[in-house]
Design a protein around this ligand. Structure first.
Ligand code: GLC
Length: 850
């Protein structure tokens, strides 16, 4: 199955919408910005074959002398991960800034050489290296080939361009690749490019977007592997776009250097990949609340919008300050209105968190401290002749900090007190492609330089790292000024590994149905690229949504890992001025917004725990179905449904006018309709109604979802009663993590982990809790076990003590050792003290479930 390649469509990415949005403001921008033309591989050059002429064992693998006067290293980093490099004479092996862990304990392995093959074997994988011609095969321990070079072309260099060809067949699916357009999650058939691009108003077929993560997952015969091509130059991935027999990846320049990691589960691949490139921090809880933003909110708007949220009791945590807060777009300054004490005090009093945008470009303006200091210290990116590069961004002629230098990152970090002193809690890094309005292809010329001496790099090589290093500098600001606070950096541009420093939003999307639909494959692939903290501007940034579109978008938006409504300046929007806050579309949409945002806040313990999992195992928060169900082939191409954490599956309406849809329920689970309690066996497609206010949600049977009462902002009320929303078949378990959600004290052991187990034992149900860690001084004093779909109980007891039956949900929640049976909904509520030592036993009248 081939999809039209983005290669071709890139050229015709001039779309009506992008053009019309721009028409009023920027008449010279007729198409989505894309970089200079792709370079292709020379088909003759890639046919040449390399031979292995010498083999030498090294500590963790082998060194090979190749016929091309090049050297290859195949190193085992773990039982199931290998690093492959091919180096030109005199070159050293290489680690880019992506790599968080460079030192690996050598796994035990055997090396053999026979029949023209060198074999490296660990307990998990075998690497077979063919000597003539040179080629690599990876096998699992049963001898199944997981991945192998496509021997007609193999790997090597076409001039400066490193390339690798791999064999594939039509059953192989591909995921990951960071931020990609398109409506399909499976990237098979695609031509993918990696060059960070300010693609305002991009479309599904736009090839180059803001972020480059040259990592992907291949899935064939139920087994997954990952390949990370660690090359920061512009790179290309032709994923069976030319033939079903092979795929290949290459870069404009730089080294041939990639990592192979074996699954077989996608989950294992991601764990390895994030061991290599880093995992996200445990997030501050407030960052998981709702955020609201607009380009060109006035200071009064910010205050009024914040107040309206509170008046209408729509939960929210954060207001964003876009570029207008600065003094004529000079970074690290405040204009009087936005800097006013009164405004900040008001927001603080309403318990808002505050985020300011920050752009890299520093106004060329003698007398302005940033310009003066940066110039005096030689901190700017340079033209090839050694003069400072100057290009236009918001403030006009600007300088670009050379973030590749540690002292520049340090300097940049130091300036953040100017923002933090106003009570700013998070920093939003934008325009860090870097975008240059008057530069070729909307960025700097490729021969601009960064670094000095042996660290000197061209813009071509450094481009994809610019945002990564800026994010690191911003992250350092938190370490400097808020040493015991969890940092929050939001960025538009990433390279592999940037998840260590920042969350990602997917730039200037458009208020179009396609964009709502596209957000699902886009985010889930970003999640499969090591970046779980991701979101899209809810309602679309460019253009304006109508009521229906906003309603559908907030239904999805309330479940995004990063949940922010953000929209473009009114100058760019056509027609009447229109807001993009939940109440801007009439009462019905306001109610829908409130319903789903409240649901997010109710699910906060679950969401937070899902993020904890992400921080420990690299698990995506918004997952494509294939992530948990790779054995079920029907999930491989499902792009309009997703898992929100491990237990909840969402099948949103993402098309105009639709009020019903098909939903695929993956095999191997029983699924419960969250709204009706109806149960379905997995492995089938069902059809469901979905009126405007209805988001179809299905919960995996045997899951326990920790929830709490709704708050207007995340720290409003202590968590005293945790409601365990439980869908029991045989046994459900949950390992509940709790800490202060704000500081780094968890690193000193200030956290709790409680194992919760509920099990059907013959005729009764048993619930027990076990404390695994108790370092955090919790306010949690009881659990409300909410058992969905159960019959009325006869009695509930802990050891000999009988629980009292009460008559309402409110009563049960406020009375420990009580229970309530809600007949209408077949739900049983039991309030269990958090320090209950005994098992809770629930006995039933007829010993039958409903
Ligand atoms: C860029 C950002 C957008 C922001 C605008 C003004 O277009 O992507 O989010 O609002 O700049 O700062």
């Amino acid at each position: 199955m081939h999809k039209p390649s983005k290669n071709i469509s890139r050229l015709v990415a001039t779309t009506a919408i992008a053009a019309s949005i721009f028409a009023a403001q920027a008449p010279n921008v007729l198409a989505v910005t894309q970089p200079h033309p792709d370079k292709e591989l020379n088909q003759e050059a890639v046919k040449k074959q390399l031979q292995v002429e010498g083999v030498q064992q090294v500590e963790n693998g082998v060194k090979l002398d190749l016929s091309s006067d090049q050297t290859a290293f195949i190193r085992l980093f773990s039982e199931d991960m290998a690093k492959i490099s091919i180096l030109n004479d005199g070159e050293e092996e290489y680690f880019s800034e992506a790599i968080a862990k460079k030192e690996w304990d050598t796994p035990s392995f055997d090396v053999k050489e026979q029949n023209g093959e060198i074999t490296l074997t660990t307990n998990e994988i075998t690497v077979k290296i063919k000597k003539e011609p040179f080629g690599i095969k990876f096998l699992d321990k049963k001898g199944n080939v997981i991945n192998e070079d496509y021997m007609k072309n193999g790997s090597g260099y076409d001039g400066e361009k490193p390339y690798v060809y791999k064999k594939t067949n039509e059953n192989e699916a591909f995921y990951g690749f960071g931020e990609q357009g398109g409506l399909e999650v499976n990237q098979r058939g695609e031509s993918i490019g990696m060059f960070n691009t300010d693609a305002y108003g991009y479309q599904p077929n736009t090839k180059y977007l803001y972020t480059s993560i040259p990592f992907f997952i291949g899935l064939k015969n139920d087994k997954a592997y990952g390949i990370f091509f660690d090359n920061t130059n512009r790179s290309y991935f032709e994923m069976a776009s030319e033939s079903d027999d092979y795929y290949y990846f290459y870069a404009d320049d730089g080294k041939l250097n990639y990592y192979f990691m074996y699954g077989p589960e996608i989950e294992d691949v991601l764990d390895s990949y994030t061991n290599l490139t880093g995992k996200i921090d445990k997030p501050a809880k407030w960052t998981l609340g709702l955020h609201q933003s607009k380009w060109e909110y006035s200071a009064e708007d910010i205050e009024r919008v914040a107040e309206t949220y509170r008046e209408k009791n729509i939960p929210i945590d954060t207001m964003h300050f876009d570029i207008d807060y600065m003094d004529e777009y000079r970074v690290f300054t405040w204009s009087d209105k936005f800097g006013s004490e009164a405004l900040h005090q008001k927001l603080d009093d309403m318990n808002f968190h505050k985020i300011t945008i920050n752009d890299p470009a520093v106004k060329k303006d003698p007398g302005y401290f940033m310009y003066d200091e940066g110039t005096a210290n030689d901190y700017w990116a340079k033209n090839p002749d050694g003069t400072n590069f100057v290009g236009k961004v918001w403030p006009g002629d600007s300088m670009f900090p050379d973030f590749s230098k540690p002292e520049v990152r340090e300097w940049w970090a130091t300036k953040h007190n100017i923002l933090f002193d106003k009570g700013i809690d998070g920093i939003w890094n934008d325009m860090n492609e870097p975008a240059v309005f008057d530069g070729p292809y909307h960025t700097m010329p490729l021969d601009v330089t960064f670094g000095e001496g042996e660290n000197k790099r061209t813009h071509a090589e450094y481009h994809n790292l610019y945002g990564h290093d800026e994010a690191e500098a911003t992250y350092k600001a938190f370490e400097k000024y808020k040493p015991n606070t969890r940092p929050f950096v939001l960025t538009r541009d990433m390279y592999a590994g940037s998840q260590r420093y920042a969350a990602l939003w997917t730039g200037d999307n458009v208020s179009e149905w396609d964009h709502l639909q596209m957000s699902i494959p886009m985010n889930t692939n970003i999640g499969l690229s090591g970046v779980p903290f991701v979101g899209n501007d809810i309602g679309g940034f460019a253009g304006r949504p109508d009521a229906e579109m906003f309603a559908r978008w907030i239904e999805v938006g309330a479940f995004l890992p990063f949940s922010r409504i953000h929209y473009d300046s009114d100058k760019k929007a056509e027609g009447e001025k229109q807001g993009q806050e939940p109440w801007a579309f009439g009462q019905e949409v306001e109610d829908i917004s409130k319903k789903y945002v409240e649901m997010r806040y109710k699910l906060m313990p679950y969401l937070y725990n899902t993020f904890i999992d992400a921080s420990e195992n690299g698990t995506p928060v918004q997952q494509p179905l294939v992530y948990q169900f790779q054995e079920d082939e029907n999930t491989h191409n499902i792009s309009d449904q997703f898992m929100f954490g491990s237990s909840m599956m969402l099948a949103p309406v993402v098309k105009q006018g639709q009020t019903e849809r098909d939903v695929y329920l993956p095999e191997g689970e029983t699924w419960v309709d969250y709204w009706t309690g109806e149960e379905y066996e997995g492995g089938q497609t069902i059809h469901t109604n979905a009126q405007l206010d209805h988001l179809p949600i299905y919960v995996k049977k045997d899951s326990m979802i920790p929830t709490r009462e709704v708050q207007q902002y995340t720290g409003e009320k202590p968590l005293e009663n945790l409601v365990l929303d439980t869908y029991l078949d045989e046994k459900a378990t949950y390992s509940f993590y709790e800490d202060d959600g704000a500081t780094l004290d968890y690193k000193d052991g200030e956290y709790n982990i409680t194992d919760l187990v509920i099990q059907r034992k013959g005729k009764h149900i048993e619930f027990k809790t076990k404390k695994q860690a108790t370092g955090y001084n919790t306010a949690l004093d009881s659990y409300t076990l909410k058992l969905n779909g159960e019959a009325a109980p006869k009695k509930v007891q802990a050891a000999r003590a009988k629980y009292n039956q009460v008559t309402s949900v409110e009563e049960v929640k406020s009375n420990q050792e009580s229970y309530f049976y809600d007949e209408e909904n077949n739900s049983l509520y039991v309030n269990v003290p958090a320090d209950e030592k005994h098992k809770i036993k629930i006995f039933f009248k007829g010993n039958k479930r409903k």
